[in-house]
Design a protein around this ligand. Structure first.
Ligand code: SF4
Ligand code: ZN
Length: 311
């Protein structure tokens, strides 16, 4: 098959529109989609100090390189990297290695934060303590991990003086989150999945996802074609993820319906238009313990801490 744009040997045919792409045009298209997403939702401002979360996995490594390229045209803004060390034995070290390698290669600032330093316990310890006390853990490992990572990433972004936090969630990640919120009936959270950078609480930094319209398969191929090494082994706790079932549904259905994820994403955007009138500010309060945003009395991270301390 030949490239739809230039006739050279194609390396990839997009399943959703049958466009064939050579390496050069594939790279261009991936970058263009990120640029389009950034512009469409006004994700970044020209003078922003932009913090990007880099775990060392394929998504964050690819986005780091693409954003760095895009940033070359915007000398007033600045890209800096944040990595969170959750403290997962035989796993996080390798991710840190790849994160450091790429950030150094691009000569960017790199700030590493850890669960242990910021929260007092690393993830392995949290799960061990909750498990050891003979009670069933209330949530899977990823829930505790996600609660703490979100909180620490938010704080880290403020600590390093960045204006906005970029995460590398891809199309299928975003679609899974949409579906999970629908499955749980959590409309508030669905409404908070606004792709625009919004400050929904004074303690929360705006977060954006420039890869939200980029399929995972294209991110993997981008890394392969451009020799970007990344951490491939999965997290030892990933099997516990409740997301797993929804994930499987998305990827399986997508094989037969290549537009599935794009359709769900577009549906979410339309729904947000309709829900625009919903007043989101004010639905979040300040945690009575730490002052950060929460929908309850205390935030989830503080709740985890009380679980660890008050059994
Ligand atoms: Fe954390 Fe779950 Fe991801 Fe592992 S798979 S790093 S436990 S969110
Ligand atoms: Zn081409």
């Amino acid at each position: 098959m030949n490239c739809t744009f230039c006739g050279k040997q194609a390396v990839y045919v997009r399943p959703y529109d049958k466009i064939a792409l050579c390496k050069q045009h594939f790279n261009e298209q991936v970058k263009k989609r990120v640029q389009k997403t950034l512009t469409r939702y006004k994700m970044l401002k020209r003078s922003d100090r932009i913090a990007i979360g880099v775990s060392g996995g394929k998504d964050s490594i690819a986005l780091l390189h693409i954003l760095n390229k895009i940033e070359e045209d915007f000398p007033e803004s600045e890209l800096v990297a944040i990595t969170i060390d959750e403290g997962i034995e035989d796993y996080r070290e390798e991710g840190l290695f790849f994160a450091r390698k790429h950030v150094e290669e691009l000569k960017l600032e790199h700030h590493i934060f850890s669960f242990k330093n910021d929260f007092g316990y690393n993830l392995d310890e949290i799960l061990k303590i909750l498990g050891d006390r003979g009670k069933e853990r209330e949530f899977g490992a990823c829930s505790y991990c996600g609660i703490l990572r979100r909180k620490i990433l938010n704080k880290a972004t403020k600590d390093i003086g960045a204006d906005v936090l970029v995460t590398a969630h891809n199309l299928e990640d975003e679609v899974e989150t949409i579906l999970l919120n629908i499955i749980r009936g959590d409309i508030q959270r669905l409404a908070r999945l606004d792709p625009h950078p919004r400050k929904i609480h004074e303690s929360l930094v705006p977060r954006v996802k420039p890869f939200r319209a980029t399929p995972q398969a294209e991110i993997v191929l981008y890394c392969v074609l451009n020799d970007l090494e990344y951490q491939e082994i999965p997290c030892p706790y990933s099997a516990e993820a409740y997301r797993g079932d929804v994930r499987e549904f998305v990827f399986k259905t997508q094989e037969k319906q290549p537009m599935l994820s794009f359709n769900i994403l577009r549906g979410q955007d339309k729904l947000l238009e309709i829900m625009k009138t919903t007043q989101l500010k004010g639905t979040l309060k300040n945690c009575e313990n730490c002052g950060e945003a929460t929908s309850g009395k205390i935030c989830k991270a503080c709740w985890v801490k009380t679980q660890l301390e008050n059994y």
